[in-house]
Design a protein around this ligand. Structure first.
Ligand SMILES: [Zn+2]
Length: 172
């Protein structure tokens, strides 16, 4: 009798375990290249338009990156801890700015947020939802990062952008 219940238990275990094993594992390479900040969208978004700062401050350029979202209305999350330093509409664009300290500020648009100026946020916390319009029909969020008053490439905080260094070979 004992053997029979053991066999039934095995059969049940096998049946139950099968669907759980079907989930694909995340590639290991994604972990090693990620510096201290997290992407403001999940899953890891594609870069629709890269950082392209203008040669002079008064010229046009692209002072941030556009990241493709799964859909309009998805959560936008804070890439690092900080404090909301601005929430509002700039011209016609809803913007939220997070002050991360060390002179670094992230801005996201078009994002509708229920947070108030002065709210503390943690890395990965939802700071608002994506509204349509920045990339035409394609759902995307614009993410700008300033160090002081200078715009810098946001991707540097989530990817290792340093060129690989080739060490010179020593001759005899
Ligand atoms: Zn943009």
């Amino acid at each position: 009798m004992k053997l029979k219940s053991f066999m039934i238990a095995l059969l049940l275990a096998g049946t139950l375990a099968a669907p759980a094993g079907a989930a694909p594992a995340a590639p290991a390479s994604e972990v090693s290249v990620r510096p201290s900040w997290s992407w403001p969208l999940s899953p890891t978004p594609a870069v629709v338009r890269p950082f392209d700062p203008p040669p002079k401050p008064w010229l046009s350029g692209h002072r941030g990156v556009d990241l493709q979202a799964a859909a309009d209305g998805v959560s936008v999350t804070s890439p690092a801890d900080g404090v909301v330093s601005f929430v509002g509409v700039v011209v016609d664009r809803p913007v939220i700015t997070i002050d991360h300290g060390d002179g670094l500020r992230s801005s996201f648009e078009p994002v509708r947020s229920g947070l108030r100026q002065g709210s503390a946020v943690t890395k990965g916390q939802e700071i608002g939802v994506l509204l349509p319009g920045h990339c035409g029909q394609l759902p995307c969020v614009h993410w700008g990062v300033r160090r002081g008053e200078e715009y810098v490439d946001p991707l540097a905080f989530v990817m290792d952008l340093r060129p690989s260094v080739l060490l010179p070979l020593r001759g005899p």
